[in-house]
Ligand binder design. Structure first.
Ligand code: ADP
Ligand code: MG
Length: 387
């Protein structure tokens, strides 16, 4: 497909008003575009800075009609926007990524089945729709235990999933998850986790950012290190796999692909049809960031340079940081901002809550080990445990 060029100051539509949408609005504004954000939250990070905030549900037909009429193209920052919404909008306005691509990424069974169909590396899994499935050794074979049982839809940041040692634990977890359609995955021994964020244009051109090594705390991304410390060869292979995957999906926009390295083998964990938290480092360390790439892909502009000019470490700042001994307090930004090479990013969220992503900081420098040392010191300033 050829690029269909949308010149500024056209209006772009964004489904979702979180921090990913907020950075999209900033990138779009820099290139002279206007942005309308659809989000049901009256006070969303992107809605606050958008040219217009349509405060309505993602399936509100009047709001969708307005978006379709007023926007030159529409994209998303939220993977759980109903695929139907994207399909309806696509009848009258260009929508990237497509409803078909998003629907694969928002259902863990469809996602893993897609990987299998296209010969892309993935771990063992099965679909679970009943207790009988869990009791059936053909449907849920012994090699899937110990495993992880995950709701097929709507899970994020480690929510909607449980580690299950055996069949009995899996039955209890299935009921606990609300007896919904689930995926049972074998629990893989993880050497480490990496991700690749890439952008793919309407013309099929792909630019992958350098892969990040990711460390999680309580199921939520804590730190991303770039370049990833593990094998450079595996990092390159991850980029190749992610590029192939994006091509198979016919993907247009910015895509995040999470990988496990398990016993030296690379497997895809999951895909996010939007910019990714592990790609936040691109704001400070790359020629073009992941959000500007999303704007460029949507508007049919050539993709920018995705190379990193520095090593980078990104640390997420969760709402927990705003509390000490149950009392709300402001983190010590004065001391933090004195750390060399550090950029602080706050998303403008009104109320800090435990586990809520409030912001992040990125430290850049010439050498990733040295940058990591600085990041550890910055963590101490904020009272964060070692990563
Ligand atoms: P989420 O949508 O919440 O990010 P993930 O499927 O990425 O869900 O799981 C969250 C984290 O749980 C992963 O980053 C990884 O640390 C761990 N995890 C998930 N699936 C597996 C698995 N099959 N084997 C080992 N660890 C896993
Ligand atoms: Mg994940």
């Amino acid at each position: 497909m050829k690029n269909s060029f949308i010149p500024a100051p056209a209006v772009l539509g964004m489904l979702g008003g979180g921090q990913l949408g907020r950075y999209f609005v900033m990138a779009a504004h820099e290139l002279g575009y206007q942005v309308w954000v659809l989000d049901p939250d009256t006070d969303s990070p992107a809605g606050r800075i958008a040219d217009r905030h349509l405060c309505a549900d993602y399936d509100d037909s009047a709001a969708l009609a307005e978006l379709a009429k007023g926007c030159a193209a529409v994209t998303t920052e939220f993977e759980n926007v109903p695929a139907e919404t994207l399909a309806i909008l696509a009848e009258s306005v260009p929508v990237h990524p497509s409803a078909a691509a998003v629907s694969v990424c928002q259902d863990r069974i469809a996602e893993k089945t897609f990987l299998k169909t296209h010969g892309l590396p993935h771990g063992p899994f099965t679909e679970i729709t009943s207790l009988e499935d869990l009791r059936d050794p053909h449907k849920a074979p012994a090699h899937l235990f110990p495993g992880i049982l995950k709701a097929a839809r709507l899970g994020y940041d480690g929510k909607g999933q449980a580690v299950v040692e055996d069949r009995a634990a899996a039955e209890a977890a299935w009921l606990e998850l609300g007896s919904v359609r689930c995926i049972l995955e074998a629990k893989l021994p993880l050497d480490y986790e990496i991700s690749v964020v890439l952008a793919r244009g309407q013309d099929g051109q792909v630019r992958a950012f350098p892969s990040a090594e990711n460390r999680h705390r309580n199921g939520i991304l804590d730190v991303s290190i770039v370049p990833a410390w593990g094998s450079a060869c595996l990092a390159d292979t991850a980029c190749e796999v992610a590029e192939k995957l994006a091509g198979c999906l016919g993907y247009v926009g910015t895509l995040g692909v999470e990988f496990f390295v398990s016993r030296g083998q690379l497997v895809v964990n999951e895909m996010a049809p939007r910019p990714h938290n592990s790609g936040h480092y691109t704001i400070d360390a790359c020629g073009t960031n992941q959000f500007e790439q999303q704007v460029r892909a949507l508007c049919g502009l050539p993709l920018g340079d995705a190379r990193a000019h520095s090593a980078a470490v990104m640390v997420n700042l969760l709402g927990d940081l705003w509390f000490e001994n149950g009392q709300e307090r402001e983190p010590d930004w004065q001391s933090l901002l004195a750390v060399p090479g550090l950029s602080l990013h706050l998303y403008g969220k009104q109320s800090p809550r435990a586990g809520r992503k409030m912001g992040h900081f990125t430290i850049i420098g010439a050498d990733s080990k040295q940058v990591y040392e600085h990041a550890l010191k910055a963590r101490v300033i904020l009272g964060l445990p070692d990563a």
